[in-house]
Write a protein that binds this ligand. Structure first.
Ligand code: AMP
Length: 282
């Protein structure tokens, strides 16, 4: 199993194994791997001659210093889990210096407004940080295909916009959300929940499913009212936002239109831990 901390050595290796028909699949992560991450790896391994996973807690995408400090860092464990998917996966676990070369400021991006909705409103600077690190990682790894989860649907749309605008030659592949048996979307942040909180957090997906049903007959506003009231009954959960938006533009749904695909997006705090989830309303 090859592990690189340094982009020059990673590049040298990738060049040495490159052939005219080879392809590189890339799965960027912040580590603390769970089955959701592993599903992305499996897809990449199936569809490419070589797979690279990056494990890097990117400081510029955290708007909350406590969240950055408490973010789980479990590289040894991550390597073990990666090995179980395939021994031939290459791990790139760079230092901050290797990515940022002494300048940990974000580039500012215009993602045609995608960055101003939902997560963008509540996490100022977050998508500039994401854009900065994803652009650098794609330039370093030069993958054929890069795999991103629909769990972070807004991020997925922004990454697609990034590669289109910056003309980065890569195919971005969206992958379905992996959930725990109670429906809670898998997340590295779930590690910070107590067993009880983790169990109770099933209400997030339950409420999303009820919202989906309601959206068949009700307006976006009344579905939003329903969700707001549902969370008021659960004082341990603090709803940050619930929004029904157009999947392409991420603009809020005002009047339902037949030819648009809508999706519900939610962010909830459980004991200061911020969880996000999303569901297609099709
Ligand atoms: P992260 O380590 O949280 O930055 O996530 C790395 C990648 O894994 C991102 O593309 C995420 O969208 C994806 N991911 C995280 N959680 C899940 C999940 N539960 N199911 C599918 N993909 C996920």
């Amino acid at each position: 199993m090859l592990i690189f901390n340094n982009k020059a050595e990673l590049n040298k290796h990738l060049q040495s194994i490159s052939t005219p028909n080879s392809s590189i699949g890339f799965v960027p992560t912040m580590g603390a791997l769970h089955s959701g991450h592993l599903s992305l790896l499996e897809k990449s391994v199936q569809n490419n001659s070589c797979t690279v996973i990056s494990v890097f807690v990117n400081p510029t995408q955290f708007n909350n210093p406590e969240d950055l400090e408490k973010y789980p860092r479990t590289l040894e464990d991550d390597v073990e889990k990666t090995k179980k998917v395939s021994n031939s996966i290459i791990v790139y676990a760079p230092t901050i210096e290797d990515i940022y070369e002494g300048n940990t400021t974000s580039q500012h991006f215009d993602f045609d407004g995608l960055e101003n909705q939902m997560e963008g409103k509540f996490r100022p600077g977050h998508f500039d940080g994401v854009g900065t690190v994803v652009k650098r990682l794609l330039e370093i790894v030069k993958p054929t295909n890069a795999y991103f989860g629909e769990k972070d649907f807004q991020q997925l749309q922004i990454v697609k916009k990034l590669v289109a605008k910056e003309k980065i030659p890569v195919t971005i592949v969206g992958c379905p959300i992996y959930r725990e048996s109670n429906g809670l979307a898998m997340s590295s942040r779930n590690e910070r929940l107590s067993a009880k909180e983790r169990e109770n957090a099933s209400i997030i997906f339950e409420i999303l499913n009820k919202a989906k049903l309601l959206f068949g007959t009700e307006s976006a506003t009344s579905v939003t009212d329903f969700v707001t009231k549902a969370f008021e009954k659960h004082p341990d959960f603090e709803l940050e936002y619930f929004e029904i938006a157009d999947e392409d533009t991420l603009l809020p749904c005002v009047i339902q239109s037949e030819d648009k695909n809508y999706r519900a997006f939610i962010a909830v705090f459980v004991n200061k831990i911020r969880l996000i989830d999303t569901i297609s309303l099709k």
